[in-house]
Design a protein around this ligand. Structure first.
Ligand code: DON
Length: 333
């Protein structure tokens, strides 16, 4: 009986090792690089979807950009395409703001004051707030994300922003800047987000001044990143909270698991279930055209391509990450 059990374990280990040749041991540079090269070739002519245009500055971004980057817990980085082109991080920022709120206040506050269930509705849904008696959303939709900013330490816009922007810089391992044209464009047109914040406030589900927190949220969405930055930022999540390039712990491993859980249930909004079914990786999209996905302990991938589907997720980034995840046998389920 014991012998059979040992044999089964031996075979399982053998199968897993052979099934994941690209990551069985690291570094395996040629394999990951050749997967990125193949992905680029396969999807370089994909033109489905269209740029976000409800933020006018995003409509002007060149739709043809295509950048792919993988970063591993060993600090290796692989890239292909337009990986040094800056673009606005948009909703991908929500992941890192959530991480900061958890580090400052502990993970339970997110359950109590924001919510962690999927809304199953659009990222800027007001209906989601109205439908749920507890007005509970989650930190990756606009309502929950703006409310998460309102939980952060800091008495005014400046003090909140300086802590938050330094936090993002730690993940990127460099000083990030803000795309001021995007910030202005979004500030001029964010009446819908203001309405969401006021509505939450009326239900006592907002935890500070609407103007201040909306401004910080809008600024966080306007942070300029490259595809390579996003892969590096997400690699902290893939490495259980320790930065692969600096060896500094940025997050507790408990908080990493919880952030990844919310990414799995809500990272691609109403399409999160389909994404989990098909790709099986925690992920987060932004209307700037970026998507990050995390294979815990193995790698983080970021793809940038501005054309979006109806849910606000980059069409080509989804296709590319799906392909990369299949090649690397990365589905966590
Ligand atoms: O608040 C907004 O609407 C944007 N700044 C961010 C939305 C977003 O990125 C949704 N993601 N796919």
């Amino acid at each position: 009986m014991k012998l059979t059990h040992s044999l089964i374990i031996f075979v399982q280990v053998l199968v897993l090792t052979c099934a994941s040749p690209a990551l069985a041991k690291s570094p395996q540079k040629p394999i990951i690089q050749s997967i990125l090269d193949d992905t680029y070739q396969k999807f370089k002519h994909e033109e489905s979807g269209k740029n976000a245009d409800y933020i006018p500055a995003l409509a002007k971004v060149d739709s043809t950009y295509f950048g792919l980057a993988v970063a591993t817990p060993h600090g290796e980085i692989y890239t292909k395409g337009d990986v040094n082109q800056p673009f606005s991080i948009q909703s991908i920022s929500k992941v890192f703001t959530l991480a900061l709120a958890m580090e400052q206040k502990g993970p339970q506050i997110i359950v109590d004051k924001i919510g962690v269930n999927a809304t199953g509705l659009a990222f800027n849904s007001v209906t989601a707030i109205e439908l749920n008696k507890a007005r509970s959303v989650n930190p990756l939709v606009n309502a929950g994300a703006i409310a998460t900013v309102s939980l952060l330490d800091g008495k005014n816009e400046q003090s909140k922003w300086s802590v938050l922007s330094a936090w993002y810089d730690n993940f990127a391992n460099r000083k990030l800047s803000v795309l001021e044209d995007v910030y202005e464009s979004e500030s001029e047109t964010n009446g819908h987000n203001r309405a969401i914040a006021e509505l939450l406030s009326s239900y006592n589900r907002f935890y500070g001044d609407v103007d201040i927190n909306l401004a910080v949220y809008t600024r966080q969405c306007s942070v300029a990143v490259t595809t390579k930055d996003l892969a590096v930022m997400a690699s902290v999540l893939a490495n259980n909270g320790v930065h692969p390039l600096t060896d500094k712990r940025l997050m507790s491993s408990e908080n990493v698991s919880r952030v990844l859980a919310v990414m799995t249930t809500a990272g691609l909004y109403e399409n999160s279930g389909q994404w989990a079914y098909q790709v099986g990786l925690p992920a987060k999209s932004g209307v700037g055209g970026g998507i990050i996905a995390v294979s815990p302990g193995r790698f983080a991938v970021a793809v940038f391509s501005p054309r979006l589907d109806g849910a606000g997720n980059s069409v080509r980034a989804q296709q590319a990450i799906n392909f990369i995840a299949e090649k690397l046998h990365a589905n966590i389920f």
